[in-house]
Design a protein around this ligand. Structure first.
Ligand code: NAD
Length: 481
């Protein structure tokens, strides 16, 4: 196999795939072939799991300063190379260069954060109810962690799972989405130079139906963390439950932003535009439902349209572009079918939705805004993962909150208001994992927990100190002195 193939990383070696390689074609310009990537099969996935078992046994014995240094070095390099790696990410995923560089920078911050957490591994002590006996509780590594990630945040999702896994002494078998192997390979290449025991981090690129399926059915992993669609997440939950393997799922959503009559309208428009169309709408935190009270409705719609006219859709690497490409042909087809469905259900297309063909040979779409929609329409119930937002007009705050909560999902939710009373009520009563006040529904920090409710999440929270619930097991020791 030629050296120009980007290979899988198993047991500390770069290895050819047992299956045919794939070309990584940019959705921003289908003439841009980013590279040829190896594809693992079931046997190689099993080999990676075996390697991870060996690697974990070594890594859990590593000193805290070694772990700290490794995580810091990975973070430093991601941050130093944010523009170069951000460009690669933008080319393969379609998001803008600014978004790609920002994601790479953020990924570095996850490694820095967990480097610090390495040095904060505290336990607890207690007196026993039996005199003369002392109790100690401490956290130990969960073991081999299977990691499955989606295409929309290829570097950050890997980073926010790998960093805590390593910090707490675990090993990793990482299966990234097959649409975005370059970002995963680049992060793994950085990790491969940190002197970790062979097998501590393994990369198995390949199809979900074979590589992912093998990973989730394995009895030799100890925990499985997944970010992706609800449909795949359910399969992960069933497969891991059958083997009593700990599992953590972050899935889709149908987030809403409420705009009340008393909102600062210019800020509300910025929140709605950023939340709905940033990342081409391909964010689990996107606000695809805009719930607007009747007093401000018409002015809000008019201002949204004015603002949307200024959004530049184009090649992600071009200067001045706000919205990049749709991730691939399949996603584009799905976007267009949701557009048609929204019209059929009675939504009025107030702006956008055009397929843009004048740009490079890629998948480009003008962001779309629908008015006159109801919360019962399919477009407001299913996650489209598209630059499409729908306005739902309501009478007042009470109806707005009921509408926001009337969904099977519950990742994020937002409200724009100048009323302390409504902001406070919202904070307590939004049935979501993250609540945003006068901020877009998308955009979270790296040092606090992230996750949702209902069909959006399952299992312990990710990120911040909460990540240790998933990446460690608690041991209670009793000792008679
Ligand atoms: P997806 O479910 O199609 O794929 C996710 C991953 O699962 C990929 O690596 C894929 O190869 C793998 N996979 C597919 N079939 C599998 C199987 N049978 N067994 C095991 N693995 C399998 O999702 P996607 O299209 O890549 O990503 C988009 C989805 O991700 C959206 O629903 C979005 O909301 C969600 N997402 C959620 C969050 C969050 O934190 N909540 C963040 C980003 C994306």
């Amino acid at each position: 196999m030629s050296d120009s193939v980007f290979r899988n990383y198993i047991a500390g070696e770069w290895v050819d795939g047992n299956k045919d390689n794939i070309d990584n074609i940019s959705p921003a310009d289908t003439k841009d072939n980013i590279g040829t990537y190896a594809q693992a099969d079931k046997a190689q996935t099993l080999a990676a799991i075996e390697a991870a078992k060996q690697g974990q046994a070594e890594w859990e014995k590593s000193g805290l300063e070694q772990r700290y240094s490794v995580l810091m070095a990975i973070g430093d390099e991601l941050i130093a190379r944010k523009d170069e790696l951000g460009e690669l990410l933008a080319r393969e995923e379609g998001k803008t260069l600014a978004e790609g560089a920002g994601e790479t920078y953020r990924s570095g911050q996850f490694f820095h954060y967990y480097a610090a957490e390495v040095l904060r591994q505290m336990g607890e002590t207690a007196d026993s109810v039996r005199p003369g006996v002392e109790i100690e509780t401490r956290r130990e590594p969960v073991g081999v962690v299977g990691i499955i990630t989606p295409w929309n945040f290829p570097t950050a999702t890997g980073a926010w799972k790998i960093a805590p896994a390593l910090a707490y002494g675990n090993s990793v078998v990482w299966k990234p989405a097959n649409q975005v192997p370059a970002s995963a390979w680049a992060l793994t290449e950085i990790i491969s130079r940190q002197g970790l025991p062979a097998g501590t981090v393994n990369l198995v690129m390949g199809p979900g139906a074979e590589v992912g399926d093998t990973l989730i059915h394995s009895k030799d992993i100890n925990a499985l963390t997944f970010t992706g669609s609800l449909e795949t997440g359910r399969k992960v939950a069933v497969a891991t439950a059958a083997n009593l393997i700990k599992c953590q799922l972050e899935m889709g959503s149908k987030n809403a932003l409420i705009v009340l009559d008393d909102a600062d309208i210019d800020n509300a428009v910025e929140c709605a535009v950023g939340g709905a169309y940033g990342g081409t709408g391909q964010k689990c935190t996107a606000s695809s439902r805009l719930i607007v009270t009747e007093g401000i409705h018409d002015e809000f719609v008019a201002k949204m349209i004015e603002r949307m006219k200024k959004l530049v859709v184009g090649h992600p690497l071009k200067e001045g572009v706000h919205i990049g490409a749709v991730a691939d042909a399949r996603q584009m087809e799905q976007n267009l079918s949701y557009l048609e469905l929204a019209k059929k259900e009675g939504g009025e297309l107030a702006y956008g939705g055009e397929v843009l063909t004048e740009e490079a040979d890629g998948y480009y779409m003008q962001p779309a805004l629908f008015t006159n929609t109801t919360n019962q329409m399919t477009i407001n119930r299913e996650e489209a993962f598209a630059p499409i937002a729908c306005i739902i007009k309501v009478a007042d705050y009470t109806e707005a909150l009921d509408t926001l909560n009337d969904t099977n999902f519950g990742l994020t939710g937002g409200i724009c208001t100048t009323s302390l009373k409504y902001a406070n009520d919202f904070k307590r009563n939004a049935k979501t994992g993250c609540a945003m006040i006068n901020l877009p529904t998308a955009g979270t920090d790296y040092h606090v927990p992230f996750g949702g409710r209902k069909d959006s999440s399952f299992g312990p929270r990710e990120q911040g100190t909460y990540a240790k619930e998933f990446y460690t097991v608690v041991k209670t020791t009793y000792m008679r002195a």
